[in-house]
Design a protein around this ligand. Structure first.
Ligand code: C2E
Ligand code: MG
Ligand code: MG
Length: 580
């Protein structure tokens, strides 16, 4: 192998022997390539052979161009040679090709050695493989711009991509839709089955979202259970609505995570560029209001932004604050804004009142009387359902005690329980404590849980339900028929009673389907040894029909609307005595 050229000047350092220079060159970890004034290779070191796969004999006399990957264009090389001509030095990143054809990035420094007359004598190039550090940098970029769980772009990447898309839309006079997607009840799943299950569910949601839209649409995860989809090429709101429908269908299909079969649905808020906002910040804020609106009108739907939604979101916040204040004052009877109303449950065969359902009422100084359908979801989202639900149990037991004191025995009171209450062993202590405090037998109360609650967190629910049942508390599934549960699954729960949802009952006279669903549920429920309660019975005909099908108990406006305690006492006292 040729000896490397000796630099023309030693730069003011101690003169080094040829021997030392040779060793430094040959043992260097950096690849070194020396070419002559015509850029023909005259020497390469051992590191060069290790890195490129070419032995010295294969490259001597050749132009270093043989290493080129072809990735860089002529302008790149022109700029490089210009710098070399001007400064006798160039350094930068470049992709080269090994002998085996594989490409790699290298950091290359080229110095020029001139003779006394200023003619180029040699070019000395040294370089290192920077694949590893490049990979690390790429990984860092991946981490900074991607959500590690779902591999979707994260908020940072989303913001810059949205800005970019908006610039193009504005230049080309196009419309864009931004959809904010929040999963309903995801918190329940996460809290009850654990983060691991929640994480897997989010990954599946991300996959379904990606599949529901075109490759050119942007899908990102903003954090938690919040996703965003940007459609940069829409003709108008209708296109966005169609995509939202598709997303809704895809996300509402059940999910299998380990042994769990899970359900979640999306609430989607949509804002449109340019109508609903000219920049990313405003579009996001407006999609957010629209998403809250979607939640407040019952979840699992999509809503477009309209400026009045800001008002609705403001109202929701105001209601949450009012609810907090009302709960803080719950212990002061004179300023308590909550009360319980009671609705009778009638034995279908005898027509006698056998029980009451306790239904929460809130009389707010700001909002007036508000339906539990409006404030219970807010209490559930904010965790306020815990203290509120505790109060309902205590107050129900207090009033049952009062009924007993008035001689009204054998009336069982059904209490509605939210999913979150079922997640805590607290519920057991609460029920035990309240029953003991008012000297009641466990069968004085019945707990109603909705079908979706029972399905959401089977293990935790089962454990707590088993303990409640073992205590002797009767358990019922509320709003049966609205969820996705199967009777086969419910068989494993220690429940005694199914409450057939009002929506089936209301149409039995006009809808043959609903009539046959009612008949089937009653028959199957009985087969499993369960009692059946029909909710929302409003007409004689419904009552007769359900009685004929063998429904055990009936509840609805036909018999009585929910009444305040004093009125329900009068109602019960007006019932004919047993012997009559
Ligand atoms: P739910 O448990 O299914 O209660 C039955 C609802 O149907 C009550 O509405 C009741 O007034 C209404 N209803 C009863 N009979 C008829 C009828 O013949 N026709 C019609 N159209 N409606 C009838 P309400 O009192 O507005 O309660 C709504 C929901 O709020 C309840 O549904 C329950 O899910 C929830 N809720 C009420 N109180 C509580 C509570 O203390 N805790 C919890 N977690 N939820 C509660
Ligand atoms: Mg109920
Ligand atoms: Mg119900």
């Amino acid at each position: 192998m040729a000896q490397p050229a000796t630099p023309a000047s030693s730069g003011g350092q101690y003169p080094l022997s040829q021997e030392v220079l040779w060793r430094a060159y040959e043992h260097s970890h950096e690849a070194v390539l020396v070419s002559d004034g015509n850029n023909r290779i005259i020497a390469v070191n051992a590191a060069f052979t290790r890195l490129t796969g070419y032995g010295a004999a294969e490259v001597l006399g050749q132009n270093p161009r043989i290493l080129s990957s072809g990735n860089a264009g002529p302008e790149f090389y022109a700029a490089m040679w210009e710098a070399i001509a001007q400064y006798d030095f160039w350094e930068g990143e470049i992709w080269d090709k090994r002998k085996d054809g594989s490409l790699y990035p290298k950091w290359l420094c080229i110095s020029v050695v001139r003779d006394a007359a200023g003619q180029v004598e040699n070019y000395v190039a040294n370089f290192t493989d920077i694949s590893a550090s490049k990979q690390a940098a790429d990984r860092l970029a991946q981490l900074a711009y991607h959500d590690a769980l779902t591999h979707l772009p994260n908020r940072l990447a989303f913001e810059s991509q949205l800005e970019h898309a908006l610039r193009i839309c504005s230049r080309e006079n196009r419309q864009l839709a931004l959809m904010l997607i929040d999963l309903d009840n995801f918190k329940n799943i996460n809290d009850t089955l654990g983060h691991h299950v929640g994480d897997t569910l989010l990954q599946q949601v991300a996959g379904r979202l990606r599949e529901s839209v075109r490759a050119s649409d942007l899908v990102a995860r903003l954090g938690g259970d919040e996703f965003v989809v940007v459609l940069p090429e829409i003709e108008g709101p209708l296109t966005a609505a169609r995509v939202a429908d598709k997303i809704q269908m895809a996300l509402s299909e059940n999910y299998r995570v380990n042994e769990h079969l899970l359900y979640t649905t999306p609430s989607i808020g949509i804002s449109l560029f340019p109508g609903d906002g000219a920049d990313a910040g405003i579009l996001l804020r407006n999609a957010d209001s629209a998403m809250y609106h979607a939640k407040s009108v019952g979840r699992n739907n999509h809503q477009f932004y309209a400026s009045r939604m800001n008002e609705a979101a403001g109202e929701r916040l105001q209601m949450e604050n009012a609810l907090r204040q009302a709960i803080a004052a719950i212990g002061l009877p004179e300023s308590c804004q909550f009360s319980l109303h009671f609705q009778p449950q009638i034995a279908a065969k005898s027509g006698r009142v056998v029980g009451l359902e306790a239904l929460l009422r809130w009389n707010s100084p700001i909002f007036g009387n508000i339906s539990p359908l409006r404030f219970i979801p807010i209490a559930e989202e904010t965790g306020l359902i815990q203290p509120l639900g505790d109060w309902v149990v205590w107050e129900s037991c207090r009033l049952i005690h009062e009924l007993r004191r008035l001689g009204l025995h054998d009336i069982r009171v059904a209490i509605n329980i939210s999913a979150q209450q079922l997640r805590h062993e607290n519920l057991l202590l609460l029920v035990r404590g309240a029953l003991a405090c008012y000297e009641l037998e466990p069968d004085a109360i019945e707990l109603e849980i909705t079908e979706s609650t029972a399905m959401q967190n089977p293990e935790m629910t089962l454990n707590i339900l088993d303990q409640l049942a073992a205590m002797g508390v009767k358990l019922a599934i509320d709003d049966f028929g609205t969820g996705h549960s199967s009777l086969a699954y419910l068989k494993h729960l220690p429940i005694k009673c199914l409450k057939l949802d009002r929506s089936f009952v209301s149409d039995i006279e006009t809808d043959a389907n609903d009539a046959s669903i009612c008949a089937a549920i009653i028959a199957l429920g009985h087969n499993l040894g369960l009692e059946l309660v029909a909710e929302g019975v409003e007409t004689e005909m419904q009552s007769e029909f359900l009685t004929r099908l063998g429904c055990d108990y009936l509840q609805g406006y036909l018999f009585s609307k929910p009444k305040p305690f004093a009125e329900i006492v009068a109602y019960l006292q007006a019932q004919p005595p047993l012997s009559a």
